[in-house]
Design a protein around this ligand. Structure first.
Ligand SMILES: CC(C)=CC(=O)SCCNC(=O)CCNC(=O)[C@H](O)C(C)(C)COP(=O)(O)OP(=O)(O)OC[C@H]1O[C@@H](n2cnc3c(N)ncnc32)[C@H](O)[C@@H]1OP(=O)(O)O
Length: 263
């Protein structure tokens, strides 16, 4: 992907700015509803950037009005249970959550249902003051299907996750930040610039170190405290074999900025 860094696909736009890759969801006619094409294109782009040594961080964003208004209801409506099971509907999104490089969701407007779930599958969620989050699937006679009941509960706790999943109501950016879903809120007009700055800071770190930091935090969701601390300690010890640990600590002692080589 790095040779042709500005690319328009059917449902997404991708570009690269230095070591930051930006994926913009682009289905304006449907408020970026997540259809199968958008899922495939987004996951393919993320997978490709994840493998690209010239990319240190990825930003996923939408439009001013909608990050994504959910999975595509019109596409799903006629499906049967067997269709959904045989096609393993939404399984491809799991590949996005398996990316090893940090992904920032820059969210303005609606992030509902699958849109909220996509944002939560990213590593840092930066919201515009216009953002609205929710899991309204219950109003459609279904429940979240891209991890919402699990990631939302881990992010905001059982009380608020139950409230959101059982009533289908939306919460604004302030409430989402207070609840712990959102890392930062910024004025809508500063959203992309802020996301790019944060992504640029991350991409300027040693890549293996940033990847290990992500892996260690993610591990806290999957394991006991004792095992998680042991895992973190092993990664930490292993970094003393890296050139970037030598450079980072030498730079501090010599009162200069480090030059990381991602090794
Ligand atoms: C089932 C699982 C696992 C996950 C899901 O995500 S289910 C979907 C959850 N999301 C929703 O239920 C939200 C659906 N959308 C809305 O409620 C509204 O569109 C809105 C409140 C987000 C915005 O309302 P507004 O009046 O400003 O805009 P609309 O005229 O309603 O929408 C414009 C255009 O977009 C189409 N649209 C919007 N959301 C979806 C969607 N999730 N799937 C398919 N299409 C969507 C909407 O139909 C309209 O297009 P048309 O005028 O051509 O019908």
């Amino acid at each position: 992907m790095s040779e042709d860094v500005n690319h328009e696909f059917e449902t997404i736009r991708v570009r690269q700015e230095g070591r930051v890759a930006v994926i913009t969801l682009h289905r304006p006619e449907a408020l970026n509803a997540l259809n199968q094409m958008l899922m495939q294109e987004t996951v393919t782009a993320v997978t490709s950037f994840d493998r690209d040594p010239e990319v240190g961080a990825i930003v996923i964003t939408g439009s001013e009005k909608a990050f994504a208004a959910g999975a595509d209801i019109k596409e799903m409506a006629p499906k049967t249970s067997v269709d959904m099971y045989l096609d393993d509907w939404f399984a491809a999104w799991d590949r996005l959550a398996q990316a090893r490089k940090p992904i920032i969701a820059a969210v303005a407007g609606y992030a509902l249902g699958g849109g909220c779930e996509l944002a939560m599958a990213c590593d840092i969620l930066i919201a515009a003051d216009t953002a609205k989050f929710g899991q309204p699937e219950i109003k459609l006679g279904v429940i979240p299907g891209i991890g919402g009941s699990q990631r939302l509960t881990r992010a905001v706790g059982k009380a608020k996750a139950m409230d959101l999943c059982l009533t289908g109501r939306t919460m604004d950016a302030d409430e989402a930040e207070r609840a712990g879903l959102v890392a930062r809120i910024v004025p809508a007009e500063e959203l992309l610039a802020t996301a790019l700055t944060v992504a640029g800071q991350i991409a300027g770190m040693s890549m293996p170190v940033a990847m290990m930091a992500k892996e260690a935090v993610d591990r806290s969701y999957e394991t006991t405290l004792t095992e998680g601390i042991r895992f973190e300690r092993r990664l930490f010890h292993s970094l003393f074999a890296s050139q970037d640990q030598k450079e980072g600590m030498a730079a501090f002692v010599e009162k200069r900025s480090p030059t990381f080589v991602h090794r």
